[in-house]
Design a binder for this molecule. Structure first.
Ligand code: ADP
Length: 370
C-alpha cells in the first residue's frame, strides 16, 4: 500500500519504524529537509498547510494520514473527492483543529468537558467568572496558546484572538486514554495513562501506565471513551486527554486525532504499541490487542534550558546498562531549550519501582549541546 503521511516529526518516525516490518511504501511530506522522517521514508519537501503541496503529494497515494493536526484540511477534502482514502476523516481534523468546534462537539455529544464560553473577537464582552483558562481557537500546542487568568483585572490580559474561555479545573491528576477505531467499526482502547508535566516547560515530563485510579474513575473514563468513539464518524487513533478533579470527576481536556506522546511507553509496555495500532487503522486491518505488560513508564528527553546547537546526550551510557530500559532518539541534530529530542521507556514490577527507575534516569540524562 502507498501510505502518505503529512508531517515528518518523531511520531511519523516511530510509526515508520514499526510499519517497516510490513511491506508498504511510506511517503512523508514535511517542510524541513532534515526532519526525523526524511532519511527513512520516500520524502517530499513541502508545506502540509499548503493546499497545492498536500494535493500534489496525496493524489497518487492509497491512503493519506497525519502525524500533526495543523494541516490543510481543504486539500484533504479535495483528496477525498478524488477517491483517496483519508484517515482520520478531514471533517474530524477540522473539528479538532478549532478549539471552539471541539468544545461544541463535547457538549452536543454529552461528553463531560469544563464549562466554557466562546470569545469570537476582542469586542466580545466576557462575563465568565474568574478564575478561568483562555485557549486560542487555533494554533496552540504543548501548552502554548493556553493561559490561566485569576486576578480581578485579568479581563484586561485576555488575548484578543478567537478563543474558548473555560472554567479552571482543580486537577488531581492528568490522564490520557488512547482509543482506535478501524473502518470495520472495531474499537480497542489502551490502558489509561497518567501524565506528569514539567511545571517550568509546560511539557509532558513522564508517563505512568497503567494509571493509579479508582474503579469509579475507570468507569467514567470507559463511558467517555465509548461516547467519544460512537460520536466520531471516522476511523482513526485518538488520544483523549483527561482531568481527574479533586472531587473524583473526570473531564475531557482535549483530543488529538493522531499518535500521542502519552502513548510512547506502549512501545515496550503493551503487547502492541500505539504505532502498531495506528498501522492497523491506516491499512484497514484487524486491530491489535493492547494488554499491559506490567508497569511501564516513559521519560521525555527534552533540550536543557540554556543549550542550543548540535545535540549531545549526557549520561546515556549509564542508562543503556539498566535492565528493561529502552532508549528512543528522534534523529534531531540540533537541540533547543524544551525541544523534544527523544524518550526513554522503562518496565518495572510495581508502580514504586517504576517511579524510582524513572527518577534515577531523570537524574542521569541531560540533553545539552556540544
Ligand atoms: P496543549 O494542547 O497546548 O498542551 P492543553 O489544553 O492541554 O494545551 O493545556 C495545557 C495544560 O494547561 C494542561 O495540561 C493543564 O495542565 C492546563 N489546563 C488546560 N485547561 C485547563 C483547565 N480547564 N483547568 C485547569 N488546567 C487546565
Amino acid at each position: 500500500m502507498k501510505i502518505g503521511i503529512l508531517g515528518g516529526g518523531q511520531l511519523g518516525r516511530m510509526f515508520i519504524q514499526q510499519a517497516l516490518k510490513y511491506s508498504d511504501e511510506i511517503h512523508v511530506l514535511d517542510p524541513a529537509a532534515d526532519c526525523p522522517c526524511a532519511y527513512i521514508s520516500h520524502f517530499t519537501q513541502g508545506d502540509f498547510n499548503n493546499f497545492d503541496d498536500v494535493l500534489t503529494f496525496g493524489k497518487d497515494k492509497d491512503v493519506v494520514t497525519i502525524e500533526i493536526e495543523h494541516v490543510s484540511v481543504d486539500a484533504l477534502d479535495a483528496l477525498e473527492r478524488l477517491g483517496v482514502r483519508v484517515v482520520p476523516k478531514p471533517s474530524v481534523i477540522r473539528m479538532i483543529q478549532q478549539k471552539i468546534l471541539q468544545k461544541e462537539f463535547y457538549t452536543c455529544n454529552k461528553i463531560p468537558s469544563p464549562d466554557f464560553e466562546v470569545m469570537r473577537s476582542a469586542k466580545d464582552e466576557i462575563t465568565f467568572p474568574l478564575p478561568f483558562v483562555q485557549k486560542l481557537n487555533t494554533g496552540g500546542y504543548d501548552g502554548k496558546g493556553v493561559q490561566v487568568l485569576k486576578e480581578r483585572d485579568a479581563y484586561k490580559n485576555l488575548w484578543p484572538e478567537p478563543s474558548v474561555i473555560e472554567s479552571l479545573v482543580d486537577i488531581d491528576k492528568e490522564l490520557s486514554v488512547i482509543v482506535a477505531k478501524n473502518d470495520r467499526g472495531q474499537v480497542k482502547t489502551f490502558p489509561v495513562t497518567e501524565m506528569v508535566a514539567d511545571p517550568e516547560l509546560n511539557l509532558l515530563d513522564f508517563n505512568i501506565c497503567p494509571a493509579e485510579i479508582s474503579e469509579k474513575t475507570q468507569q467514567q473514563i470507559d463511558r467517555i471513551t465509548e461516547q467519544f468513539i460512537d460520536s466520531i464518524d471516522s476511523a482513526g487513533l485518538f488520544a483523549i486527554e483527561l482531568f481527574l478533579d479533586k472531587e473524583g470527576k473526570v473531564w475531557v481536556n482535549e483530543t488529538a486525532p493522531r499518535l500521542h506522546n502519552s502513548g510512547h511507553q506502549s512501545q515496550e509496555g503493551n503487547s502492541n504499541s500505539q504505532f502498531e495500532q495506528f498501522y492497523r487503522v491506516v491499512t484497514s486491518s484487524p486491530l491489535a490487542d493492547t494488554d499491559a505488560c506490567g508497569f511501564s513508564g516513559m521519560l521525555n528527553l527534552v533540550g536543557e534550558p540554556g543549550y542550543s546547537g548540535k545535540v549531545k546526550y549526557q549520561g546515556l551510557e549509564e542508562v543503556l546498562k539498566l535492565p528493561k530500559t529502552y532508549v528512543h532518539l528522534y534523529g534531531k541534530t540540533e537541540t533547543r531549550p524544551g525541544r523534544k529530542m527523544g524518550h526513554i521507556n522503562v518496565i518495572a514490577e510495581s508502580r514504586e519501582a517504576l517511579l524510582e527507575k524513572l527518577m534515577r534516569i531523570k537524574s542521569l540524562v541531560k540533553v545539552v549541546s556540544e
